[in-house]
Design a binder for this molecule. Structure first.
Ligand SMILES: NC(=O)c1ccc[n+]([C@@H]2O[C@H](COP(=O)([O-])OP(=O)(O)OC[C@H]3O[C@@H](n4cnc5c(N)ncnc54)[C@H](O)[C@@H]3O)[C@@H](O)[C@H]2O)c1
Length: 248
């Protein structure tokens, strides 16, 4: 599965699933840009990859701000000579009960998880057009497919929106041979779920037929598969990586 010399941007790449994706793509020969609101961590993790002999850079990007996306993508393209692969990974999670969701929480989740995803796609377009194997891969969630057991409704709606964007954009961008796909993680052991109590996590694990939480690396494998040069004919697809938590 080849991504040799491709330039990949991973939003929210400083930690967790984003970092695992950037690491695997780098190990497979891509030049990777880890972008994040936490610039210091993104830069530090990129430096670690460089120390291992990979091509990497870290930078600032707040995906909820179009200007920030623009500046970030330009910086990456100037540094690495273009952009081939966009991985929309940045996201936040709130798990408030329906009765307690505030307008502020709703708007914040939407602006990062859904609006950010669309505007990253839009702003990547001029760079992706004309590349050899251009790719957009967005991290949705099992929550977007089946409503989730524990996540808040803003998150569920945003992740469902990412699926709709994936289907719509795959059609809009097909004339440019840009493939647009999503990966839907189940419950994965990262910081984002540390807001849940051990009891809650145990309860969630009980809903996973394979019997364990997933690892960030499990998601990276699916992303690297979709990113590979060989997979020019997969588009408009949403791959579940969830241990059997939800099928369909
Ligand atoms: N961990 C899970 O169980 C799980 C399940 C389904 C989907 N996901 C999705 O996977 C993605 C990565 O999640 P994770 O588990 O690695 O979480 P995480 O909290 O460990 O990492 C998220 C990263 O996104 C960054 N970020 C937050 N707001 C941002 C913004 N405005 N602009 C740019 N970067 C921003 C954070 O700084 C952090 O580095 C998210 O989209 C999340 O919804 C996670």
């Amino acid at each position: 599965m080849d991504v040799q010399n491709r330039v990949a941007i991973v939003t929210g790449g400083a930690q967790g699933i984003g970092l695992a994706i950037a690491t695997l793509l780098a190990q497979r020969g891509a030049k990777v840009a880890l972008t994040d609101v936490n610039k210091d961590k993104a830069v530090a993790e990129a430096e670690k990859l460089k120390a291992q002999g990979y091509e990497a850079m870290g930078g600032y990007c707040d995906v909820s701000k179009v200007e920030s996306i623009k500046e970030s993508f330009k910086e990456v393209a100037d540094t690495f000579g273009g952009i081939d692969i966009l991985v929309n990974n940045a996201g936040i999670l709130f798990s408030s009960p329906v009765e307690e969701i505030t307008e502020k929480e709703w708007d914040l989740v939407m602006s990062i998880d859904l609006k950010g995803c669309f505007f990253c796609m839009q702003q990547a377009l001029p760079y992706l057009k004309g590349r050899e194997h251009p790719r957009i891969i967005s991290i949705s969630s099992v929550a977007g497919k089946m409503g989730s057991y524990a996540s808040g409704m803003a998150y569920v709606a945003a992740k469902g929106g990412i699926l709709s964007l994936t289907y719509g954009m795959s059609r809009r961008l097909a004339p440019y041979k840009i493939t647009v796909n999503a990966v839907c993680p189940g419950t994965i052991e990262t910081d984002i779920i540390r807001q849940w109590t051990p009891e809650k996590i145990q309860e969630l694990t009980a809903n996973i037929p394979l019997g364990t939480l997933g690892k960030a690396e499990d998601i990276a494998q699916a992303v690297a598969f979709l990113a590979a040069d060989e997979n020019d004919f997969i588009t408009g697809e949403a791959i579940s990586v969830n241990g059997g938590m939800y099928c369909g």
